[in-house]
Structures are given as structure tokens and as C-alpha cells.
Design a protein around this ligand. Structure first.
Ligand code: GNR
Ligand code: NI
Length: 172
């Protein structure tokens, strides 16, 4: 079991574009394992590799509730290939923006194509919390955070607060 530190805004790495994964080798599989350990410990329902500083198109998700048994899903090189016109709102949070939650509107249903850890290409239709989470994580791979879907006023306010906190910690 090894967890990795989670990057917090305004860490510039969180704004970078992650690179597609080529060969799914032991290094990628180790990254996936560490991401699950980190995500479960946090705890969170999803994690993108860039949140632990790895610029790779890898995400982990488990939306099972407590006591439901684990439902770990790793998606490598995920792509949304279809999305519904219909949207839904979900109160989102992010491990890279601790203790901040806001409603975000996104397509209610999506089809996502990805590779599993064996390298097999798969397509899955998602709705509900799973659809929201996949979209939130793919945003991370593109340097996008859920606060980018809010008003500039709300976004600026959050970024400012975390920038101040980071500065204070740097001084101490
Ligand atoms: O743990 C998380 N919860 C969550 C809730 C609603 C919508 C998205 C998420 S993802 C988040 C973990 C995280 O930051 N993933 O990038
Ligand atoms: Ni997040």
C-alpha cells in the first residue's frame, strides 16, 4: 500500500495537459495501484493522475458507498465519444480544492471509451454520479477544474483563498 501526496490549488501542474499513455507497463500499473490507495485513503470517489503529480491520462473511480463493497474502475486514455443534450446538476467537490462544494451542470449521460489496465479498449455508457465523476476526472487530464464551470466571481474567490493559504504555509 502506498499513497502519494495530493496536489492542492494553485499548484500550476494542475493546469497542465496530461499525456496519453502508450504501453501499459508495470510503472503505469503501479501508478494505478497508488492512485487507488490515495483515493480510498483521502477518501474520494475519483482521482486523476495529475492530482498526484503524474502527467498521464489515467483516472481511477469508485462510486460505491460505504459498506457496499469496492467497485474500483481504472480508465486509461479516456475519451467521451457521446453525450446527452439533457444535463444534470451535481454538488461537486475536489480533493485538490479541499472543503469546497458547488453545484455543477454537465451532460447527464455520456459514452466513454477507454483502455483498461490490460490494455483492452472498452466503451461504457454512464449516467448519474458515475457520469459526473468521469467528466470531472477527464477535465483534470485537460487542466480543467470544476471551479472553471462556476461564475468568475466564485472561482476567483476560491483561488484567492487557497493562494493566501499556500503563501502562509510557505512563510511558516
Ligand atoms: O471525491 C470526489 N467527489 C466528487 C463529488 C462530486 C463530483 C466529483 C467528485 S470527484 C472528487 C475527487 C476528485 O477530486 N477527483 O478529481
Ligand atoms: Ni477533482
Amino acid at each position: 500500500m502506498s499513497t502519494r501526496p495530493i496536489l492542492i490549488i494553485p499548484e500550476p501542474k494542475l493546469r497542465t495537459l496530461s499525456e496519453p499513455v502508450g504501453k501499459i507497463d508495470s510503472e503505469v500499473r503501479k501508478l494505478v495501484e497508488d492512485m487507488f490507495d490515495t483515493m480510498y485513503e483521502a477518501p474520494g470517489i475519483g482521482l486523476a493522475a495529475i492530482q498526484v503529480g503524474e502527467q498521464k491520462r489515467v483516472i481511477t473511480i469508485d462510486i460505491a458507498r460505504e459498506g457496499e463493497g469496492k467497485q474500483p474502475v481504472a480508465l486509461i486514455n479516456p475519451e467521451i465519444i457521446a453525450e446527452s443534450e439533457e444535463t444534470s446538476f451535481y454538488k461537486e467537490g475536489c480533493l485538490s480544492i479541499p472543503d469546497y462544494y458547488e453545484d455543477v451542470e454537465r451532460p447527464a449521460r455520456i459514452t466513454v471509451r477507454f483502455q483498461d489496465v490490460e490494455g483492452a479498449v472498452r466503451e461504457v455508457e454512464a449516467d448519474g454520479l458515475f457520469a459526473t465523476c468521469v467528466q470531472h476526472e477527464i477535465d483534470h487530464l485537460n487542466g480543467v477544474l470544476f471551479i472553471d464551470h462556476l461564475s468568475k466571481l466564485k472561482r476567483d474567490r476560491v483561488v484567492k483563498k487557497f493562494t493566501k493559504m499556500a503563501r502562509r504555509e510557505a512563510v511558516l
